[in-house]
Write a protein that binds this ligand. Structure first.
Ligand SMILES: Cc1cc2nc3c(=O)[nH]c(=O)nc-3n(C[C@H](O)[C@H](O)[C@H](O)COP(=O)(O)OP(=O)(O)OC[C@H]3O[C@@H](n4cnc5c(N)ncnc54)[C@H](O)[C@@H]3O)c2cc1C
Ligand code: FES
Ligand code: FES
Length: 458
């Protein structure tokens, strides 16, 4: 039985764990404020908040409920627009949207409002940029974004004095949230939801699976891996970084360990999907989905990452990520195996790392081509190098020939020209909706060159 708090009420359901949170909220609970636009995680009309206990605090994140498995709500607080609305007034972010003419037909508006609420509830000072990031997964087809940006600025002014030590009472007093939120931490503690039974189909955030196989997953026995605390988190042991397989992209983006090691991490990971998708999509999900344009895959290939594969009997084995991809969506993984963790050596001061992605739209779009590199320079020579490229072949590509050639060389024009020649010969792009094969080849060459320009400029 799945149980959670929906707005201010405890709910229980025997609906399947792989069915969508959206369908439960909208059709079984008749909370019709949450809209359905694309059902693919793209438009944000179905945005809800999910609050999870962390010690005594509840941490709220936005998510796209159309591709969130219902079972991922188990033991949590789910908030829809009905749970934010107040009887006799609008919230400050609703008022700002009205005053700045941030809504026309209103179809997208609920999603924007819920996303703004998520940022107000974040246990940190909220800057204007944070509020804009919070709505980066919401698309509006008729208002235009300038008025919504003005509304965000107005909300930000009112959050200037946000009291982080007394967050829920502070927000409730100013009508950002209804008063019932203050009791939610205690109610979640009392809920003590028993773990759900694990099935055979592994689901992380569901942001690939529920787009691709929505109906099949609703009927499958799922293993919801994001709730396995042993598989979530980022730690450092000496110079090795170890990441739990079910760690999501927001957790990567907010990690102190990773931000210290990769100064441009935020800039790089903000190119991956959108806030509500990053809040739920996991690292292992990206690796196992095996899309040739997976961004995290390109990132972690260039770190020469190692995967730990485990099974329910407790057997484990390790394999380099670059050896994991055997063909288009064919993996060196037995059906009973799952990825338990990903590890790599953290870059030192002589190691340069860079990630580049070009897509038709800068944000919330999949790559035409992406590429990452890490190389260590000693006495002006490349001591070690790993590089990846996506969108230029049937699998995420580790550029082995190019790397083998560059190892031991110093970086100069003739060397890079020869490297680009080898690079052209080890990729096999095809023409598709994201560009012709000639365009992708040229793009990758330019991006590969850009790696050295941008890393040596620092
Ligand atoms: C709107 C939208 C935008 C997106 N934009 C981007 C983007 O810009 N860049 C990008 O790279 N991706 C993007 N994605 C794809 C997706 O969000 C990522 O690939 C994400 O990391 C998938 O993780 P997940 O946990 O949601 O995977 P799921 O859908 O839960 O699972 C994907 C696959 O991995 C398997 N799996 C999950 N965890 C494990 C494990 N530990 N061991 C073994 N198998 C496992 C599942 O069984 C399934 O086969 C986007 C998706 C959407 C819907
Ligand atoms: S309906 Fe479009 S993101 Fe869910
Ligand atoms: S107000 Fe109509 S889609 Fe945004």
């Amino acid at each position: 039985m799945i149980e959670f708090i929906l707005n201010n009420q405890k709910v229980q359901t025997s609906a399947t764990a792989g069915s969508t949170l959206l369908d439960f909220v909208r059709y079984q609970q008749q909370l019709l404020g949450t809209k359905i636009g694309c059902r693919e995680g793209d438009c944000g009309a179905c945005t809800l908040l999910m609050g999870e206990l962390d010690g005594d605090q509840v941490i709220y994140k936005s998510l796209t409920s159309c591709i969130t498995p219902l079972g991922n709500a188990h033991g949590k607080h789910i908030v829809s627009i009905e749970g934010l609305n107040q009887v006799d007034r609008l919230t400050p972010y609703q008022t700002a949207m009205v005053e700045e003419s941030g809504t026309q037909c209103g179809f997208c508006t609920v999603g924007f409002i819920v996303s703004f609420a998520g940022e107000c509830l974040a246990p940190r000072k909220s800057s204007y940029d944070d509020l804009i990031s919070a709505i980066d997964g919401n698309i509006c087809r008729c208002t235009g974004y300038k008025s919504i940006e003005r509304a965000a600025a107005k909300v930000q002014e009112q959050l200037d004095e946000k009291d982080l030590n007394n967050l829920l009472p502070w927000l409730a007093e100013r009508h950002f949230i209804p008063a019932y939120f203050k009791a939610i931490p205690q109610q979640l503690k009392a809920l003590q939801a028993a773990p759900l039974a694990n099935g055979n189909t592994i689901v992380g955030g569901g942001t690939d699976l529920l787009v691709q196989k929505h109906d099949a997953i609703a009927e499958s026995e799922v293993y919801l891996i994001s709730d396995n605390k042993h598989l979530v988190g980022i730690r450092k042991v000496d110079q090795t970084c170890i990441i739990g397989a079910a760690t999501n992209t927001t957790q990567l983006l907010e990690s102190n360990i990773l931000n210290e090691a990769f100064p441009n991490l935020r800039q790089h990971l903000k190119l991956v999907s959108s806030t509500p998708i990053r809040n739920i999509g996991t690292l292992a999900g990206n690796l196992v989905n095996a899309s040739p344009i997976g961004d995290l895959t390109a990132f972690f290939l260039a770190l020469n990452s190692e995967l730990e594969l485990s099974n329910d009997r407790g057997d484990t084995r390790s394999i380099l990520l670059k050896d994991f991809y055997l063909g288009y969506k064919i993996l060196d993984k037995k059906p009973e195996e799952f990825i338990s963790r990903i590890s790599f050596t953290l870059p030192d001061k002589n190691t340069y790392f860079n990630f580049e992605k070009v897509s038709k739209r800068r944000y919330l779009d999949i790559a035409s081509v992406n590429t990452a590199i890490s190389y260590r320079l000693v006495d002006n020579k490349i001591e070690s190098i790993h590089a990846s490229a996506g969108g230029v072949g049937p699998t995420p590509k580790y550029l082995s020939d190019t790397c083998a050639f560059l190892k031991g060389k110093s970086i100069d024009e003739p060397t890079l020209s020869k490297a680009l020649y080898l690079l052209r010969n080890e990729i096999s792009p095809i023409s598709d909706a994201r560009g012709s094969k000639e365009y992708k080849t040229l793009l990758l060459e330019k991006l590969f060159y850009a790696h050295f320009v941008s890393s040596l400029a620092h």
